[in-house]
Write a protein that binds this ligand. Structure first.
Ligand code: AMP
Ligand code: GLY
Length: 428
């Protein structure tokens, strides 16, 4: 995600100098100068002095953990220096699912029906899952890098999930509260919008693939691949999402005294009863962003600046025709503990494999530069191989084919990104 954002920011005629996170992966580091100050909360004083000295005018925050830590609150100094991203209070939609659920319910935003329990209510939570006859989903309320959600088939699984969070503290403090909700059925889409406090600008919708295995099997991950746009998000669906989800959520936040600025990302299930919210994220999706950036037409820097400044109304945001598809190449062990330190080969070959009407870019995630000048694996999701083409089938083929050129021991990927809609008609 961060590599893709930086790749697009680099294309802006307004970009002066680009600084990147000191802990950035090899791809991101190659695009800018590593900031010499750590982003740790305890280093904010020095980080701010550094931003002042270098006259940094815009800070773009990628990951949710920094939002929860209040990085935006600390660094946003309008009009001179703006930070793209919500305040800690706005990001609460993502870092406190229990609170989010309450807010959605109060605002009548369609979402799965459910209840919240804390660690002192273990027995009540267990009683609740045993008493439900329909399958449920158990969610840790806090941030868990996409791994805090257990989609259950049986009450026994739900009970085990509740115990793992409330009793065994599998997710630490992030699991001290759990949300237990009805399991929804349908196709899932990701709708991201830029929000500047007032104006809501809906971006082209994507479909992510959360489960680790082909055919949607195995545990959930942070995302194994995405494509954009998805034909599931028809005009009618997008209008409904804007009217019933985005607008009432931004309004509900405002009633709480929170002016939301940044990306509002709704994870939605398209149910028989219409789109329902599975979760909100308050930052760009990963890997949705890689698919979005490859089709982004205008000046991203201008769009992000305007979002942070509250002047999104005059932005020039558009997407190229055709489709993009992102295939994530993972390291052995993911979504558990991945194997790391292996040399990655084939990035050049993958990018050169694009056909005449295609383009392929290998965005990096879990990588680092090795001493010998190469790139080695350093995380579970290693590369996001992303292609654009005139249609989804060709984008999927180009990305999957390109990803096949990537070599490191234990590398794996899903070859069925986009296949849910390619196999079935879009109305399924
Ligand atoms: P979340 O982090 O809340 O989006 O959950 C991660 C994934 O779990 C989602 O992308 C869905 O695939 C699945 N999920 C979450 N909530 C539900 C639900 N109520 N019904 C069915 N699947 C769900
Ligand atoms: N693609 C899922 C996420 O960014 O949370």
């Amino acid at each position: 995600r961060e590599h893709a954002l930086a790749w697009k920011l680099k294309q802006s005629p307004r970009l002066g100098r680009l600084w990147v996170d000191p802990g950035a992966n090899a791809g991101l580091r190659a695009l800018g100068t590593p900031c010499p100050q750590s982003l740790e909360p305890r280093n904010r004083f020095h980080l701010e002095r550094f931003l002042e000295r270098e006259d940094v005018r815009l800070v773009v925050v990628g990951p949710e953990a920094l939002l929860e830590q209040g990085l935006v609150d600390d660094l946003h100094k309008p009009p001179h220096r703006l930070v793209f991203g919500p305040s800690r209070a706005g990001a609460r939609l993502e870092w406190d699912k229990a609170w989010c659920k309450q807010l959605l319910r109060a605002a009548n935003v369609p979402t799965a029906e459910g209840r919240t329990f804390n660690h002192q209510q273990l027995d009540a939570a267990l009683h609740y899952v045993r008493s439900r006859t329909d399958p449920v989903v158990v969610k840790a309320s806090g941030l868990c890098a996409g791994k805090g959600v257990v989609v259950c088939d049986t009450p026994a699984q739900a009970e085990a999930a509740v115990r793992s969070m409330l009793e065994k503290r599998l997710h630490g403090d992030a699991g001290l509260h759990v949300v237990i909700e009805e399991r929804l059925r349908g196709q899932e889409i990701s709708v991201l919008a830029l929000v500047d406090g007032g104006t809501i600008w809906m971006l082209d919708a994507c479909q992510d693939h959360k489960q680790v295995g082909e055919g949607d099997t195995g545990p959930n991950t942070g995302g194994m691949g995405a494509y954009c746009p998805t034909p599931l998000a028809t005009e009618a669906v997008l209008r409904t999402v804007e009217r019933e989800v985005m607008v009432p959520t931004v309004d509900a936040l405002r009633r709480e005294g929170i002016e939301f600025r940044g990306v509002l990302y709704a994870g939605l299930m398209l149910t028989h009863g219409g789109p329902k919210v599975l979760e909100f994220n308050t930052r760009f999706g990963d890997p949705e962003t890689q698919a979005l950036m490859m089709r982004w037409k205008g000046d991203l820097l201008d769009a992000l600046w305007r979002t942070a400044a509250g002047t999104l109304d005059g932005a020039d945001i558009a997407f190229t025709e055709g489709s993009s598809c992102c295939v994530v190449v993972c390291a052995e062990g993911y979504p558990g503990t991945p194997r790391t330190g292996d040399v990655i080969e084939g990035i050049g070959l993958a990018e050169a494999s694009a056909g005449a009407s295609e383009r392929v870019v290998c965005f990096q995630a879990g990588t680092r530069a090795s001493e010998g000048g190469g790139v080695v694996t350093a995380g579970g999701r290693v590369l996001a191989v992303t292609a654009t083409a005139p249609d989804l089938q060709r984008a999927r083929d180009a990305a999957t084919n390109a990803a096949g050129h990537i070599r490191f021991p234990g590398a794996f990927l899903r070859r069925d990104i986009g296949m849910r809609v390619l196999r079935a008609p879009a109305t399924a």
